[in-house]
Design a protein around this ligand. Structure first.
Ligand SMILES: Cc1ncc(COP(=O)(O)O)c(C=O)c1O
Length: 207
């Protein structure tokens, strides 16, 4: 997670180069260990030049509904509303009502972070024991893990072999890196699975 100092530094650079910030904050509610999510909207130098993206896929775990939202200063939302009108033209009304009842409007959010932190702990133990190295996840639902201590293979080959031999699927991380060569030593592990599923993966990987 970015600190206030890092966001201040980003603000200084954006002011200098007159840059608009599009901040994907879909995991804002999924932060662990007592941390607080800091939005670009909390940083004075960024507030008026930012567009913050949220997704009910994450905050309410309803990814199939395809519902999201954004926050920005009025001059930006005026333009973005027009884009919305001529593209999706709004989302299905029953889904909007359902999302409202689920707490988005009332503020009675579902709070899954504690549960997810426990799953993170289990995933970190499983893949740490395998020899993967990673920064502990401070939020979200993924570990970005370095596999170079356990294999010389490219992440695509390694992932394919893990799937075939253990029926455990992680994601090759090359798309997350500008430098493909560097990314080829990383995989992305999703820990938003049940504890039973994570333990089944552990059993398969130890066979
Ligand atoms: C960081 C991040 N932003 C956005 C999305 C997309 O969410 P949506 O389901 O609303 O398309 C994802 C989905 O995994 C994500 O990980």
């Amino acid at each position: 997670m970015l600190s206030l100092e890092e966001l201040d530094e980003i603000a200084r650079l954006c002011e200098r180069w007159d840059v608009t910030v599009i901040s994907d904050e879909v995991y804002a509610g999924l932060v662990f260990d007592g941390r607080a999510h800091l939005s670009v909207m909390d940083v004075p130098g960024l507030r008026d030049r930012s567009i913050v993206i949220g997704s009910l896929s994450k905050s309410l775990a309803i990814s199939g509904w395809r519902l999201g939202y954004l926050r920005a200063a009025p001059p930006r939302t005026a333009v973005l509303r027009r884009v919305h009108e001529v593209t999706s033209n709004g989302t299905a009304a029953p889904l909007q009502y359902a999302a409202g009842h689920a707490g988005l409007i009332t503020g009675e959010h579902w709070q899954p972070a504690l549960d997810l932190a426990a799953r993170r702990d289990v995933a970190q133990q499983i893949f740490g024991d395998l020899g993967f190295t990673f920064q502990p996840a401070q939020g979200g639902c993924f570990l970005l893990a370095d596999i170079s201590a356990v294999t010389t293979a490219d992440c695509h080959d390694y992932v394919r072999r893990m799937l075939e031999e253990s029926a455990v699927l992680v994601v090759p991380a090359t798309p997350f890196f500008a430098d493909r060569e560097r990314g080829s030593k990383y995989v992305r592990i999703a820990f938003n699975r049940t504890l039973d599923t994570l333990r089944a993966a552990e059993r398969n990987l130890s066979r």
